[in-house]
Design a protein around this ligand. Sequence first.
Ligand code: NAG
Ligand code: NAG
Ligand code: NAG
Ligand code: NAG
Ligand code: NAG
Length: 702
Amino acid sequence: MYSILYNFILLISVVIQTSFALPPKLGATNDLQKQYLITDLPGLHKNIPTEEVPLMFSGQLQLYPDKETHYFFWKFSDSNKIPENNKRTIFWLNGGPGCSSMDGALMEAGPFRINKDKQVTYNNGSWHKAADIIFVDQPGGTGFSYTDKYDHELYEVTDHFLKFLEKYFEIFPEELSNEIYFAGESYAGQYIPYIADGILKYNKLNTTETPYNLKGLLIGNGWISPNEQSLSYLPFAVQAGIINSNNPRWQQILVQQERCQKIVNQIDSYQDDAIHADEISSTDCERILTYVLQYTRDNNAPEYEQCYNMYDYTLKDSYPSCGMNWPPDLVTVTPFLREEEVMNDLNLIEHKQWQECNGRVGSSLSAKNSIPSVHLLPGILEEIPVILFNGNLDIICNYFGTENFIKKLTWNGQKGFSEDLDAMNWLYGNETAGYIKSERNLTFVNVFNASHMVPFDKPEISRALIDLITGNYDESIKETDGTKSLITYPLGVRQAKIAAVEDSSSTGPASQTTATGSDTDAASDSDSDSEEETSEPASSSSSSRITRLIQLLVIIVLIWGLYVLYSSYKSRPSSIIKTGPTSGKKKNVQWADQLRRFQEDDQDAQNQQQQGFFVKTFNRLTGSVTDGRGNYAPTSAKVYEDIELGEGIALNDNDHTMDDFIIDSEEEEVGQVENGENIEVPDVEPPKISDNEVRQSSDSSS
Ligand SMILES: *[C@@H]1O[C@H](CO)[C@@H](O)[C@H](O)[C@H]1NC(C)=O
Ligand SMILES: *[C@@H]1O[C@H](CO)[C@@H](O)[C@H](O)[C@H]1NC(C)=O
Ligand SMILES: *[C@@H]1O[C@H](CO)[C@@H](O)[C@H](O)[C@H]1NC(C)=O
Ligand SMILES: *[C@@H]1O[C@H](CO)[C@@H](O)[C@H](O)[C@H]1NC(C)=O
Ligand SMILES: *[C@@H]1O[C@H](CO)[C@@H](O)[C@H](O)[C@H]1NC(C)=O
């Protein structure tokens, strides 16, 4: 009897295995990993081609045994990795502070988008095809992460992230030897250098542990040097055609610009390494953006077109949202992540009502004693390459600001990029993607026709940033004018080209079947060497063991399924059977309480003065919470008083007249200032093509 049953089950399991085509790497999961495995999501098997279903893990990791702090992560890896992808891990962080990296996962670099039926659909520009990518909600309280103690300083954020890494690699120890990259955007321009600095220090200090193989940083539209970047709002807005000297409030903006310039001059004069309050944050500087958006409001336009979208100036939004209602995907992502089914699928131990940005995290992280991350870059650049990329349509963290602080930055023995350094064109296949400046480990990339969220607008091109940092590109120089270009390609194209060249040049019969993209025979030799070195279990024997394990698992599931069916038949009705094992397990009574608690937290947050970068700006701009979208801009009346609608502004000295500050938008060299000795304007020198692009776009938007 037993053997008949056994054979029967074995037969079924084989049938199931062959018909369900499990992701090949699934076998590599250990018991610990299985707790975090994602097996389903709404729409996953319906909308995503089977061969493109990523291998996914997610959950909330407890950082300290005796503390409440849990960090949520969602990991995607390709089930059919291209060779370059092997042994490469990217951690992605969104900014805020307090904004969830689910923005990155579901609207930007991840493999899914969410449709109006709250189902996942496929993003074929996903970064997980080029590297394993892990989206982490941090610091505590952000997204699906939770804590009872909010971080106030960036070094706390760093410590917690290092602890998170330790916990993460306990689950995925085989990845500890991977090349590690960090990527993210906006306020992650603070997080990422801090964490990288922490990792590099850890590697030096902690000689007993395996060092993290940190290989590079990718920061998109980063908020890195606050005041310097605030100073860029006006010149950028003028160049983009958002505002000009005919604006009735022009002079008020200029006065504000000058106030900020004085602050920046003061900061530049500091000789010590101390932390100066005016460098951490300056309302005078931040107010410039507020004014630009306020004074360019078009009261006569339809409601949703009255204000520039500060994340993409070719778009408009209602006032005072000015971009808060963007990106449009939030309308589907928020309800998706609030679905109980989804929270179960994501292995959450504590359900919470997901919000894009948590106000309390933002208000707590005032970073009063944390020096702006721009000061950490020189040390980091001594050891690893950093790419700072900017979508050129963003106002709030615009590329003028990035180029400006780079000019003042001294790294690897020299200040700024060399005078005679020409920008290179960046080609993605035959498409112009932007321009690049690169020297001494620092690369600046201006991405054309992209917003604050570059991967949102340009998923496939943004993925090629990984090729830029790993050196997977070609260079070409135009013979006519000497213009240099870096060329990246859609996935695998370059490797295929290299393989083809080698095939044709090799003497022996070329083995067409390899498709491994190994650069040369020598390279493939060294590949296999390194595979042996990394203490991974020998693949062939372990894979057969794993196959057996899977068989066993399937058998267990089958038996269990039969049992459940049987018992459901015996004792209907039973709600547990209806909801299934996954949801049943996690549905506990505590949940409702916890949800309420987080809602209370949010309430608290709304009553507090917000400190976050985005939040701050919009507190000043808005008198009320803008919409149901969460805590981007909860405000208090106190903050609102900060707005001086012009009346309060007095000239510091009467020497300046309107004429002193005229910024002539018709000038060839954009943003030129006449006689404004205190106003520094960037001399932007993009290749001609970008100049045209910018003008085109600004024309169409104005
Ligand atoms: C990705 O999607 C774009 C637009 O939908 C399409 O043109 C392109 O061929 C797709 N690429 C791949 C590799 O499927
Ligand atoms: C090294 O790391 C281990 C594990 O994280 C930790 O217990 C130890 O205190 C660290 N040592 C130093 C010198 O940081
Ligand atoms: C740049 O980064 C590499 C590692 O990628 C490092 O070896 C080198 O020292 C760094 N410094 C300079 C000046 O290139
Ligand atoms: C760019 O390449 C694509 C396919 O690789 C081709 O279809 C298209 O015609 C090319 N465009 C230009 C302008 O060369
Ligand atoms: C940028 O967008 C405009 C229109 O929105 C288009 O005409 C132009 O070709 C685009 N440029 C690039 C480099 O994609």
